[in-house]
Ligand binder design. Structure first.
Ligand SMILES: [Zn+2]
Ligand SMILES: [Zn+2]
Length: 111
């Protein structure tokens, strides 16, 4: 489950309602059965985190393990140059674990 990895090191300061809503939307995107459902979830995620939805329709949250320590909470276009896939999505799921370009450059991770 790719989504669960996002919650492991979540800072305690993040408001709970934001967390819950975001987790629900990420789960919806992760389990979306088709492109329309995926895009619908991504559109709402983009609105919630206050980021424009990239042309690829795939807004990714940095899955770097520095998240929670150095607080990398970057949202970025999952298909942008310089991003690094740490781990592909499990079969039947859509979301991979991806590092943002800065983290991929500074401390690339392998699953
Ligand atoms: Zn990052
Ligand atoms: Zn990082």
């Amino acid at each position: 489950m790719a989504v669960l990895t996002h919650t492991q090191n979540r800072p305690a300061t993040t408001p709970a309602h934001y967390d819950t809503r975001l987790d629900q939307l990420l789960e919806a995107a992760d389990e979306a059965p088709n492109d329309d459902a995926f895009l619908a979830a991504m559109t709402r995620i983009a609105g919630l985190v206050g980021q424009p939805l990239p042309a690829s329709g795939y807004l990714a949250h940095c899955a770097c393990s520095c998240y929670g320590a150095a607080r990398c909470e970057t949202w970025f276009d999952a298909t942008a140059p310089g991003t690094r896939v740490i781990e592909n999505a499990d079969a039947g799921y859509n979301l991979a674990r991806i590092q943002c370009p800065w983290c991929a450059d500074q401390h690339p991770e392998t699953a």
